[in-house]
Design a protein around this ligand. Structure first.
Ligand SMILES: [Zn+2]
Length: 320
């Protein structure tokens, strides 16, 4: 059996128990935040279901397993948007519905994976709903999403839901150290939302240097000595990630103000807390939250200018 990421194993074992007992639901929803490598679990699950020898793991040598290996199994369908970031269309879902009603080509199960399920538009979701309401016994639907709240409640209520839980901090650090053979900073997982694969990339790409430089620049700006224009430029290079890092920096700094000492806190939180009043810190954290939402929802904004304006407010100024 292929080696799974260690944080996927607990859920995989639950799924195996359901498969062994022949009571895996016809409609399942897997909720996984980005950076958890859930495709590995989806693939392992599909190969296990399709195998004609074993119930809860792929044997690796039967005809079905070989067809899965070569991505050629006629009863396995992995539905994704035709282009990344686009919607899963109603036509794609109608095609799924036809497949769900047909009988299996190889007399076993059919598996239909829909990922990301939240990229179905409303008419696609409604088309799927009808099929989920009248499940065909040998057809399993597995929906995968990072944002279950964006799915129609009528869809989620039809599915049994499963979550991938983040690994414990110590377990994650051990895994990251094994993978990278590098020193793993105690805050690395924290500022990557405890997502193992995002943290791995952070360490492998030496992103902590960039993080620490951003942190240093912000501390200087708050101390009235920094170059806000330079920092605004640096941040807008990889804006979503950089602003999220700043958000972790500010919220960790708030915790320092409250006297909380967390081992996962970013290194600059203490220095920043010594240089900024709590009220201003609080206002700027709220403003950053709003800015992040604005920039994710609207393209075409002048990002650098908006960030610069936010940075100026640390010194009571504004550029807008
Ligand atoms: Zn097999």
């Amino acid at each position: 059996m292929a080696q799974l990421y260690p944080w996927l194993t607990p859920l995989w074992e639950q799924w195996q128990a359901h498969l062994e007992a022949d009571r895996f639901p016809n409609a399942a929803l897997l909720i996984a935040k980005p950076g958890f490598g859930e495709d590995q679990l989806v693939s392992q699950f599909s190969r296990a279901v399709m195998c004609s020898n074993f119930a809860a793991e792929p044997c690796g040598f039967c005809h079905s397993c070989q067809l899965m290996e070569s991505n050629n199994h006629p009863d396995f369908h992995w539905i994704k948007p035709e282009k990344e970031g686009k919607a899963i269309t109603v036509d794609q879902i109608r095609q799924c519905n036809r497949l769900a009603q047909e009988s299996s080509q190889l007399a076993g199960y059919r598996v239909i994976v829909i990922q990301p399920a939240d990229s179905m538009n409303e008419s696609a979701a409604n088309a799927l709903l009808k099929t989920l309401e009248t499940p065909s016994p040998s057809c399993l639907f597995l929906l995968v999403s990072s944002a279950a709240s964006q799915l129609l409640p009528t869809i989620t209520s039809r599915c049994q839901q499963w979550h991938i839980s983040p690994p414990e901090a110590a377990e994650l650090t051990t895994w990251l150290t094994e993978q990278t053979q590098k020193n793993v900073p105690s805050y690395a997982a924290h500022i990557n939302g405890n997502a193992p694969l995002s943290t791995l990339k952070f360490i492998e790409d030496d992103e902590q240097k960039r993080y620490l430089a951003i942190e240093q620049q912000l501390v200087e700006i708050v101390s009235q000595g920094g170059d806000a224009i330079k920092l605004a430029k640096d941040l807008s290079g990889d804006i979503e990630k950089s602003l999220l890092w700043l958000w972790y920096l500010l919220t960790d700094t708030q915790k320092v103000h409250f006297g909380l000492q967390l081992s996962s806190a970013v290194p600059g939180a203490q220095a920043l807390a010594e240089r900024i009043e709590y009220n201003l810190l609080y206002q700027q954290t709220q403003a950053l939250q709003t800015l992040i939402e604005q920039l994710t929802q609207h393209t075409g904004l002048n990002r650098e200018l908006l960030i610069l304006d936010w940075l100026f407010k640390f010194n009571g100024d504004t550029c807008l």
